[in-house]
Design a protein around this ligand. Structure first.
Ligand SMILES: [Zn+2]
Length: 564
């Protein structure tokens, strides 16, 4: 008799805790794991996992799918790379609670701060939002359904806008306003928020070039809102660091609330060549004292995209001073000037800038789309010219519109290896759903397994899987997922450890209003299972796009985030 819904036979079980891999089967019934090791019972569906790793589904705690979830129930491309649970609302940029009159300001904030297309956002979310409160937001997502599980942090930015209106970007809040915000955060936690998120980062600029609302908050306001987590007795605080909000402040808030803080992000090169080390040491010391302040790290370089019509990553060079001073036509004249070109070649010949320049990706060259995603150094060598000349030639042939992606941080592989393997850190910052037309790091899980586990051996397979599963689930209070254990939800990612990887970025036009974005395909991901249902097989969706989907809304609570 076929007792089980699904059995996965003969795989290498990597259970997510970091324990050694072992060969075995895994049985699933009613969306839960009912057997791990030897499973004798038959099942309606059998997956042969010979030679493959069977791991818990990956948990991505740093995404920005808050708007995308309303037009893309699959939350692509996360499930392509084995992700079965995501957390959104990061950096405080949620979209609930929102009053009807503030909808456009919220979308314009996302447009500005997360590089999302405003047309896509407007077309995708529609004008008649199915929610005002945070609870209604979660309910609306649940009604529509999702392929993977979704949890959300309540964001400081919408909460502040809800209470203070447009003044939210301009001034500190009054005591009464902070009290009103505390009420909204408490309501959101009661409705199922996994925690509270904020940002003080100077790079977070919202509508009309103004700072995002959370940046105008006094520290006492952030402490007050974080205090709701302490009062509730559950939930995580996620924060992007900035002036007046770093390790000392995090430690004080953590001590007072008793809740973990997961901050964004500790990147190699951020505080000088070895600057990451002192932060690692301080974090380890704090954690040894029981202060759970945990830096998020990333396994991919931080890229920025630019065009030679506004070459901001190059403008710190003296050579570019006349460029900065010139208008558009003046810039074209300078880029064509042989003297300027000679000096530019010298500057980009070897050295750190030369390496960055050589590895820079061409991110959109309308006259020749086949260059999309290719490296400047490779194309320059094919054409027998210097990379600096290639960049200038392509730009001049395209009205300075050609886009280039340059890695600016997290490029030193030895330093990144230290960050990835340090016990005080956790993985984060995939930023999935954000910056969609400029970058794509949602593929970080397969990059971790392909590059950092298999090719470089920086992490063991067991440790790599732990970093992608039980660790983020535990910090974010998702207690019934992230491990292969009887009784837990049957979220599984089955992959080939000898081939798993992410492929280079390609541009597609599948967003609302014809907007484009970058995606990365996965290699070696055999199957993805969410709550016992196979949603992907061999790189293809295994369910009809418009039918019922198995993902759940992950709701926080004293008992841990469990599906309702
Ligand atoms: Zn973010």
């Amino acid at each position: 008799m076929d007792d089980l819904d699904l059995v996965v036979r003969g795989g290498t079980l990597v259970d997510g805790t970091g324990s050694p891999a072992r060969r075995g089967d895994l049985g699933v019934r009613d969306g839960r794991i009912v057997g791990v090791g030897e499973v004798r019972a038959g099942a309606r569906r059998t997956l042969d996992a010979e030679g493959l790793v069977v791991a818990p589904g990956f948990v991505d705690v740093h995404t920005h799918y808050d708007a995308q979830v309303f037009w893309d129930r699959w939350l692509t491309i996360s499930p392509w790379h084995g992700v079965t649970s995501v957390v959104m609302g990061n950096c405080g940029f949620g979209i609930a609670p929102t009053r009807p009159e503030h909808r456009d300001l919220v979308l314009r904030t996302l447009e500005s701060v997360e590089g999302m297309s405003l047309e896509a956002l407007r077309a995708g979310v529609g004008s008649d939002w199915p929610f005002e409160t945070f609870g209604e937001f979660l309910d609306a997502i649940e009604r529509r359904g999702t392929a993977i599980n979704v949890g959300a942090l309540v964001g400081h930015t919408p909460v502040r806008l809800y209470v203070m209106g447009e003044e939210a970007t301009e001034r500190e809040a009054t005591a009464a306003e902070v009290e009103a915000m505390r009420g909204l955060v408490a309501d959101a936690l009661a409705a199922g928020a996994l925690g509270f998120a904020t940002s003080k980062s100077p790079t977070h600029v919202g509508w009309g070039g103004r700072p995002v609302p959370s940046r105008a908050a006094a520290l006492s306001e952030i402490e007050g809102l974080a205090g709701c987590l302490g009062d509730a007795g559950f939930g995580v605080m996620q924060a992007t660091l900035g002036p007046g909000l770093f390790l000392d402040e995090f430690a004080a808030i953590q001590r007072r609330t008793g809740r973990p803080i997961s901050w964004t992000a500790l990147l190699a090169g951020m505080l000088g060549p070895d600057g990451h080390r002192s932060v690692l040491e301080q974090s380890a010391r704090m954690q040894a004292d029981g202060v759970r302040v945990i830096p998020q790290v990333s396994c991919r370089p931080l890229m920025i995209e630019f065009q030679m019509k506004a070459p901001f990553p190059l403008e710190s060079m003296a050579l570019f001073r006349p460029v900065s001073a010139a208008d558009f036509e003046g810039r074209k004249r300078i880029y064509a000037d042989l003297e300027f070109r000679r000096a530019f070649r010298d500057k980009t010949d070897g050295g750190p800038l030369g390496v960055r320049f050589d590895g820079m990706e061409i991110g959109g060259h309308a006259p020749d789309p086949s260059l999309d995603g290719r490296r400047v150094g490779d194309v320059a060598r094919e054409r027998g010219i210097h990379p600096a000349d290639l960049v200038l030639d392509l730009s001049l042939a395209n009205g300075l519109e050609t886009r280039f992606r340059m890695a600016v941080l997290n490029t030193d592989e030895a330093a990144v290896a230290e960050l990835l393997s340090h016990p005080a850190t956790m993985l984060g910052l995939s930023d999935a759903g954000a910056h969609a037309s400029q970058l794509c790091d949602a593929c970080a899980p397969t990059e971790l397994l392909g590059h950092w586990v298999r090719e470089k051996g920086v992490l063991t397979l067991e440790e790599g899987v732990r970093r992608l599963t039980s660790e983020p689930a535990e910090v974010f209070g998702v207690r019934d997922r992230g491990r292969l254990a009887v009784g837990l939800a049957a979220d599984l990612t089955i992959f080939d450890p000898t081939t798993v990887d992410c492929l280079s970025l390609r541009r597609v036009r599948d967003f609302p209003a014809g907007a484009d974005r970058l995606v990365s395909d996965a290699r070696g991901v055999r199957a993805v299972v969410v709550n016992g249902v196979v949603i992907r097989e061999d790189g293809v969706d295994a369910l009809p796009a418009d039918g019922p989907l198995p993902g759940r809304v992950l709701r926080g609570g004293v008992g841990g985030a469990t599906a309702k």
